[in-house]
Design a protein around this ligand. Sequence first.
Ligand code: ADP
Length: 455
Amino acid sequence: MTQTYPFDALKQDVAAGRIDTVIACFVDMQGRLMGKRFHAEFFIDSGWQETHSCNYLLATDLEMETVPGYQATSWAAGYGDYTMKPDLGTLRKLPWLDGTALVLCDVLDHHGEHEVAHSPRAVLKKQLKRLQAMGFSAQMATELEFYLFEQSFDTVRKNGWRNLAPVSGYNEDYHIFQTTKEEDVMRALRNGLQGAGIPVENSKGEASPGQEEINVRYADALSMADRHAIIKNACKEIAWQQGKSVTFLAKWHEKAAGSSSHIHQSLWSLDGQTPLFYDSNAEHGMSRLMRQYVAGQLAHASEVTYFLAPYINSYKRFVANTFAPTKAVWSLDNRTAGYRLCGSGKAIRIECRVGGSDLNPYLAMAALIAAGIAGINQQMELEAPFVGDAYQGHNVREIPKTLRAATDALNHSAMLREALGGDVVDHYVRAAKWEQEEYDRRITDWEVARGFERA
Ligand code: ADP
C-alpha cells in the first residue's frame, strides 16, 4: 500500500496548527464510514493506538436497527465493544474539510486480539492472503456512478424524497458543456480526492440527466477498496457543502439509467511488476491464469451476486438495453455482457459489470477473488466469449433477478463458505434476509395507487 501522508507529517501539521481534527473510522457492512472525530493532539499522543465502538455497528442495517438473529452480537450478548485499530498506512488529509485528516481502522474483538472475521476489511484481507500464498497480487479499480441533485439532502428528506431535481435536464453522457455546469461539485471532488492521495483519472457525464462517473487510478485491491469508501463519503460531503445531494442508489428512478460500480481486475506478480493476465502468444492476449480466473467468476456468478447487489433496489438495475447487464457471460469489449475483456497488452483486465453503485467494495472484491481462486485451483476451462446482444441471449447464464434468489445462492455456496468462512457467510445471509423481511412488510406507493380504487 502506498502511504500518502506519513504519521510524522501529521505530527508536523498538528504542531503548526494546520490540522486539528482526525477522523478515525472503519467501514461497515453497507460500505459506510463509521467512527469518531479526535482532537488531533489527542490522536497523535495516544488515540492512534486504538479506540472502541459498539459492536452493533457490524450487525445493523441502513437505519441503524438492532437487527435480531446475528450470532456475533445481540441484546442477549450485551452489545459490547469492538477495538478499532487505526491503520496508519491509510492516513490522509481531507482537503475539503478544514484542518481535518482521516484514518481507516481495522476492527478487532474487545480485547484487541483478533480481527473480526465479518468486518468487510478483514473479509477482503483474508482473500488477499490466499492470493499472496499462491504468489499473486490483485490490482483493482472500481468505477463509481452516482446522481447529483439540485436540492440539499435536508430538502430532499423534508420533501419525502419526491420531486427530485437532477442537476441536468438531459442525458449528459460524455457531454462537456453540461458537465461544465456541474464543475462546482465535480472539480471540487476531483481536486479534493487528488489532495487526499487518491489519484483521479477523470470524471464524466453519464447516460441520464444528473448522472456522473468518477474514475480513479487502479491500485492494489485493499487500497482501492479504501479509496472507494472514501470517495463515496467525499461525494456526499462535497455535494452537501454546496447545498446539493447525491445518491448511490443502484436505481433511483424507473426512467433513469441505473448506477454501477464496475470492477476492473487483474492479477500481478507479488512485487507488482509482472502482469500475469497477459500472454502475447495466447488468444486475445489472455493468459491461462486469466482464463481460469474468469471461468471461476462465471461458474460462481450467482453465488457472488449478493455482494454485488445487496439491496432490494439493486435488482431493479438489471434491465435489458440500459447498459446494466442481465447475463453472467463474458465478452470481448461488449457492454451487454456481465463480464467484459478490457485493455490490451499489459493493461489487459476483466471488468465485472454486475455490481451497482450500492455495493460494498471490500465484500464485492473479496467474493470475486474467491470465485477467481476457485477457477484457478480447479483449472477451470473458459467457455467461448459471448458474441452479439447478450440481452437477447437464450439459454445463457442469468444474473439472479431478486435479492431472495441471490441470498439463496449465497447461502448454498460451498465455495464461499470455504473461502470466507461459514460464520461470515451466515452473517451476511442474515443481513440479506433482514433486508428482505424489512421490505416484505412494507406497503409501497405503487401498490396503493394501483389498487386503492380499482382493485
Ligand atoms: P472503460 O471506460 O473502458 O471502462 P477506463 O479506461 O475508464 O475503462 O478504465 C477503467 C478503470 O480501469 C480505471 O480506473 C483504470 O485505472 C483501471 N485499470 C487500468 N488498467 C488496469 C489493470 N491492469 N487492472 C485493473 N484496473 C485497471
